[in-house]
Ligand binder design. Structure first.
Ligand SMILES: Nc1nc2c(c(=O)[nH]1)N[C@H]1C(S)=C(S)[C@@H](COP(=O)(O)OP(=O)(O)OC[C@H]3O[C@@H](n4cnc5c(=O)[nH]c(N)nc54)[C@H](O)[C@@H]3O)O[C@H]1N2
Ligand SMILES: Nc1nc2c(c(=O)[nH]1)N[C@H]1C(S)=C(S)[C@@H](COP(=O)(O)OP(=O)(O)OC[C@H]3O[C@@H](n4cnc5c(=O)[nH]c(N)nc54)[C@H](O)[C@@H]3O)O[C@H]1N2
Ligand code: SF4
Ligand SMILES: [Mo]
Length: 684
């Protein structure tokens, strides 16, 4: 059997994989023992990559919907018809009428987002959307606002770790491994989470009311400043706005934070002291949850400020700067701004290189209401928004108005079922491409590997770069799509990076492409307007938002909206990760389904008792927006009054419960957590 060293593209961890291939068939996968990150291990879903590849859900050929039913069509005809329709829409409504969307795998599959952006540039639409506009970009943005660059957590050297709304055992198991190793070596662990996760049992645990973390962070600053525990030299030399911060946090006493968050004042004080006096300390904030609620961006800012005033920036074990591999930029210039540019200036206008994505909530709204202009064409790839878009009702209403809806995916998905055309893409196991550089999520390692083709493309599936290129050529944009093979594409991407494909082939387990530098600020000042870490951001204020973060109540909390709470007294969390599945994928793999057969709503016994619910019973979870049926998981390990439902389950789609009008007004992110809900006992 041949062993091909590649990486797992199922999630952003990009674990090293030994793929065992016999007669062109993938037989099994194992972790690469010498891989720096996963050290021979794969998570349960990573172990099932052959099931992903040979899934019965795979699309075998392009299909077109005729009279409500899918019919086989050739690639040539499909791309020809799609190209002609796109041209017609462009002539009728202008280029901006096309919205393109890539999913979470568009983050892991560099080619997917890059070629999507290439095409949209050639076509001329500004409207490209990606989960970074609903997922983790605010953490990057908050750090860029504060530091001018994006320092990344380095828990492997930390002596104090705060898991703030993060449960890595399920979502980033290698981070969980690193945290456990540090705890074993004597590091202090603090977990702040409404759910008492298994890893939290290794240290101090705070259980806040969801959506109140900003108040806790500000009260920690209050303690640190009042007790003189801040890093005076670092703050004086490298930050601006400390005086204003000092004034601002005076009102955030631990007692006030207790009233807001329900975490005892003495616990907040204790945690503040430990965090400020145990060096180096590292906040590992949640990737999604800490962004996806009313006060997401400002809460992220508060964590940045906590790291800064304790001098935990650009030192080993804190948040550090790590080189990024400079891959070729495929983007073409675009004249118009994307949807959301004016409405959400922090997201779109803050820095010199703002995120290239539009605001997702505005995309669906423009499909539905045709305001500010109609979105009539929609091409989605590597995503399943029918399940994952945080407001299913709005998504379904929006796509009804589309004149062209194309879904590109290896599988027939819930979203594909709604499309006019479905095009079969390869999985990452069937193409050579840019592989793992899991930068940006607690791994400050300048390490990259080539993702290798493990088997030939199955059925009529094609690599995503080829699909966009062929569509581009059909539409007369051939000059922008000169590449003819996976290798040519990879060569082009690496041409600007200092790493070559040859080098990566010679080192199939991956290579270091640069060296991490601590105290970078000694050489290169923080690239903010002031050249220092901005505890107070003048630019944020200029754009109409507070320059120092404060606590903002979730829109539907008992404080902000007591009327709604009379009818919907519990607090909803959606989308806590489950190690068996990745977003809406892998539910059809029997071995994984056997491990976790059902979608379950976690509720505390006190909450269950209030409604007369027993463990394992089917219940309805309802919000003003909708209702789903789901099995009750009655557990001590969640705060009373909080209901946590996973996302990605077709049979209990939590996005039916969400309302894309509830936003973090600073970032434009749709609220997926801290929403009012209630439980309904179902008649037997
Ligand atoms: N296995 C698996 N891994 C995944 C994914 C997957 O679907 N499956 N998805 C990937 C993606 S797309 C993303 S964005 C990341 C998500 O990664 P994370 O956002 O880090 O998700 P979790 O690790 O589930 O941690 C979220 C934790 O935040 C807690 N929480 C919720 N609300 C609050 C709050 O208001 N305050 C505090 N303090 N805590 C809160 C939840 O109880 C939960 O324990 O995971 C990635 N990894
Ligand atoms: N309520 C709620 N909603 C959420 C979240 C939440 O926490 N709560 N989380 C949000 C977040 S953070 C994210 S990132 C999104 C994720 O949302 P999505 O990105 O829509 O999630 P997936 O289910 O991972 O969709 C990936 C799709 O890509 C396909 N695919 C897999 N490999 C390949 C490939 O190699 N090529 C191509 N072309 N396609 C491939 C899969 O078959 C699958 O259909 O969900 C968001 N939605
Ligand atoms: S953690 Fe992610 S990258 Fe690693 S094996 Fe699991 S799915 Fe693959
Ligand atoms: Mo995400």
């Amino acid at each position: 059997m041949e062993i091909i060293k590649t990486d797992c593209g199922l999630c952003i961890n990009c674990c090293g994989v030994n793929a065992y291939v016999e007669d062109g068939k993938l037989m099994k996968v194992e972790g690469i023992p010498e891989h720096w990150l996963n050290k021979g291990k794969l998570c349960p879903k990573g172990e099932r990559l052959p099931d992903l590849l040979y899934s019965p859900a795979r699309l075998k050929y392009p299909m077109k919907k005729v009279n409500g039913r899918f019919q086989r069509i050739s690639w040539d005809d499909a791309l020809g018809e799609i190209g002609a329709k796109l041209q017609e829409l462009k002539d009728k409504y202008g280029a901006h009428t096309l919205a393109t969307w890539t999913g979470s795998v568009g983050v892991e599959h560099f080619e997917m987002a890059a070629f999507n952006q290439r095409f949209r540039g050639a076509f001329g639409t500004p409207n490209f959307f990606n989960p970074e506009g609903i997922c983790f970009r605010t953490r990057i943005l908050a750090r860029q606002i504060t530091f001018g660059r994006y320092p990344v957590e380095e828990p492997a050297n930390a002596n104090c770790i705060i898991l703030w709304g993060r449960n890595p055992d399920e979502s980033y198991w290698p981070v969980g491994r690193i945290v456990r190793e540090r705890v074993q070596a004597g590091a202090k662990l603090i977990t702040i989470d409404p759910r008492r996760t298994p890893i939290s049992k290794l240290g101090i645990y705070l259980q806040p009311r969801p959506g109140t973390d900003g108040a806790i962070a500000l009260a920690m600053m209050n303690v640190i400043i009042e007790e003189g525990l801040w890093d005076k030299e670092f703050v004086a030399k490298h930050t601006t706005g400390f005086d204003r911060l000092m004034e601002h946090v005076k009102e955030y006493t631990v007692e006030k934070a207790e009233t807001i968050s329900s975490v005892p004042a003495s616990e907040i004080r204790r945690v503040a002291r430990i965090f400020a006096t145990t060096k180096p300390a590292c906040i590992l904030e949640g990737v999604g949850h800490m962004n996806q609620f009313t006060n997401g961006l400002q809460t992220n800012r508060a964590y940045s400020i906590l790291m800064a005033i304790t001098g935990n920036v650009e030192v080993p074990g804190g948040w550090v700067s790590c080189p990024m591999v400079r891959l070729a930029d495929l983007r073409l210039p675009i004249k118009e701004h994307s949807l959301g540019y004016d409405e959400f200036p922090i997201f779109h206008q803050f820095g010199k290189n703002p995120p290239p994505y539009g605001s997702a909530s505005m995309m669906t709204e423009a499909m539905k209401s045709e305001k500010p202009y109609p979105i009539k064409g929609f091409i989605s790839s590597g995503s399943n928004p029918a399940l994952t878009f945080p407001d299913t009702k709005l998504f379904l209403e929006g796509i009804k108005n589309l004149e062209l809806f194309v879904n590109i995916d290896p599988n027939m998905t819930e979203t594909g079922q709604l499309a006019h055309y479905v095009l079969p893409a390869c999985t990452f196991l069937e193409e050579t491409g840019i592989g793992g550089f899991p930068y940006g999520i607690s791994y400050a390692e300048p390490y990259i590997m080539l993702r290798k083709k493990v088997v030939e493309p199955l059925y009529e599936s094609k690599p995503i770069w080829m699909i966009w290129s062929e569509l581009g050529r059909k539409m007369g944009y051939a000059e922008h799509f000169p590449w003819n093979s996976d290798e040519e594409v990879a060569e082009h991407f690496f041409s600007t990076s200092g790493v070559t494909v040859k080098q990566l082939m010679e080192h199939p387990e991956g290579v270091y492409f640069g060296k991490k530098e601590y105290k970078l600020y000694e050489k290169r000042p923080f690239p903010t307007a002031s050249g220092k870490i901005e505890l107070f951001s003048a630019r944020m204020e200029e754009l109409g938002f507070p320059g120092i973060p404060g606590h903002v109540e979730p829109q539907q909390s008992p404080v902000a909206n007591p009327e709604i709470v009379k009818q919907y007294p519990e607090i909803l969390l959606t989308g806590c990760r489950q190690v068996e599945y990745i977003d809406a994928q892998m539910r059809d793999v029997p071995a994984l389904r056997a491990r976790r057969p059902n979608a379950e709503a976690e509720i505390h016994p006190a909450t269950a008792a209030k409604y007369g619910i027993v463990h394992g019973e089917m219940i309805a979870v309802e919000t003003p927006r909708g209702s789903i049926k789901i099995m009750a998981n009655v557990t001590q390990d969640i705060k009373p009054g909080v209901v946590s439902v996973p996302h990605g389950w077709a049979e209990a789609n939590c996005n039916i419960l969400l309302d894309a009008k509830l936003l973090d007004n600073v970032s434009g992110y749709i609220t997926m957590n801290s929403v009012a809900c209630r439980i309904v006992k179902l008649a037997n």
